[in-house]
Design a protein around this ligand. Structure first.
Ligand SMILES: NC(=O)C1=CN([C@@H]2O[C@H](COP(=O)(O)OP(=O)(O)OC[C@H]3O[C@@H](n4cnc5c(N)ncnc54)[C@H](OP(=O)(O)O)[C@@H]3O)[C@@H](O)[C@H]2O)C=CC1
Ligand SMILES: O=C(CO)COP(=O)(O)O
Length: 337
């Protein structure tokens, strides 16, 4: 069995190793010569993992047709802004029906659709099986060295979710199935905004109490928003919700957390925004959610997202935004807002 992996970045490499460990033939599609040469010649991906030796049968190429040829599964591990354009290149190359597995977290660049909806908007039902998202608390840096991890295979179709569950599960990666696609994908996207806020608190010098408060109130905010979009409350208390929120808000591996930390340290986002080249999905996700609320749910309160938005896009000073958050009208803890 063959799997095509779109991307040669950190998550692409982590999932390539999982599938290779599970006896699946993997071929990765990349655009970066250095990453491709590293994988094929030096059997590593030095840009992302300084001390990880990869198996020789994990291969990468710039030739997308070769990658897609004979693959039963196509795994999306490029950042969300490139998902649609890569899928449009994949479409004419399909010869048989495939299962597309999304592992990216965020929204389509042009339409702001969730990624499962984006996939369905590119392909017809006769080209692809039901879409699956493989999401949850899973830093590539840990998966690639086989540290114990649990994620969800999320699909509207339970059987396809179970198929993907079997494909990825092994003794260090445990995969659960879930059918609440809306709740899971909004959770996986929203947590990146809260992770930027968590990094900002760290950069400003705040401690564990502040982070616990942020994670808890961030969970309430993302649950209320996700339910508004049609997700189930219980999903936000699972791996794709609070699970991913905890890992991304607390880990130095997280690029979203690191971005926030840099912004907090300088008490200003403008330098970071001008210079950033890393995959920090929370930056655009914050704008998508902020703009959606402004346009479609003007009564909805999202104080954390609003503050992150003002810091990132309106030159708000992080230290002042934190004060504003703390000094809002006092209220009960109710999830209803
Ligand atoms: N890293 C992680 O731990 C996890 C990441 N994710 C999600 O996975 C997605 C990818 O993130 P991640 O792997 O971390 O990102 P990285 O920045 O590590 O890697 C992105 C890769 O995509 C490549 N790329 C960019 N544009 C294209 C294109 N048009 N076609 C093919 N490849 C392209 C990049 O090439 P180049 O280097 O040349 O830019 C790079 O190799 C994100 O949505 C992220 O949220 C989910 C779970 C865990
Ligand atoms: O989604 C992730 C872990 O589950 C990766 O987080 P970062 O994108 O912040 O690195």
């Amino acid at each position: 069995m063959k799997a095509a992996i779109l991307g040669t970045g950190s998550w692409a490499t982590g999932l390539a190793r999982v599938l290779n460990d599970n006896g699946v033939e993997v071929l990765m599609y990349g655009v970066d010569d250095r990453e491709i040469d590293d994988i094929n010649i030096r059997h590593c991906n030095y840009k992302y993992f300084k001390n990880v030796k990869l198996e020789e049968n994990i291969r990468a190429t710039k030739n997308l047709a070769d990658v897609i040829d004979g693959a039963s599964y196509i795994i999306i591990t490029v950042p969300t802004q490139f998902v649609r354009s890569v899928l449009e290149q994949v479409k004419p190359l399909l010869k048989t029906k495939v299962t597309i597995i999304n592992a990216a977290k965020g929204f389509d660049m042009n339409t702001n659709m969730r990624i499962s909806d984006t996939i369905r908007s590119v392909f017809t039902n006769s080209e692809i099986n039901p879409v699956v998202s493989l999401i949850g608390p899973s830093h590539a840096e840990e998966v690639v060295i086989r540290m114990l991890t649990a994620v969800c295979a999320v699909s509207l179709d339970e059987k396809t979710a179970q198929d993907v569950q079997k494909l990825f599960s092994n003794d260090y990666l445990r995969v659960y199935t879930l059918t609440d696609e809306i709740g899971a994908e909004y959770g996986a996207a929203y947590k990146n905004v809260i992770a930027v806020a968590s990094g900002i608190l760290k950069g400003l010098g705040y401690g564990d109490n502040s982070r616990a408060a942020l994670i808890t109130r961030g969970l309430v905010e993302m649950t209320r928003y996700g339910m508004l979009k049609g997700g189930k409350a219980e999903t936000f208390f699972g791996l794709t919700g609070v699970g991913d929120l905890i890992v991304t808000c607390s880990s130095e591996h997280s690029r979203n957390f690191q971005a926030g930390k840099e912004i907090g340290l300088s008490d200003n986002a403008s330098d970071f925004m001008a210079g950033n080249q890393k995959t920090v999905e929370g930056i655009r996700t914050c704008k998508v959610i902020h703009d959606d609320i402004l346009k479609n749910y003007p009564e909805f309160e999202a104080p954390i997202t609003n503050c992150v938005y003002e810091v990132l896009y309106e030159n708000g000073k992080p230290s002042e935004k934190v004060k504003e958050l703390m000094n809002r009208t006092l209220k009960s803890e109710s999830i209803k807002g």
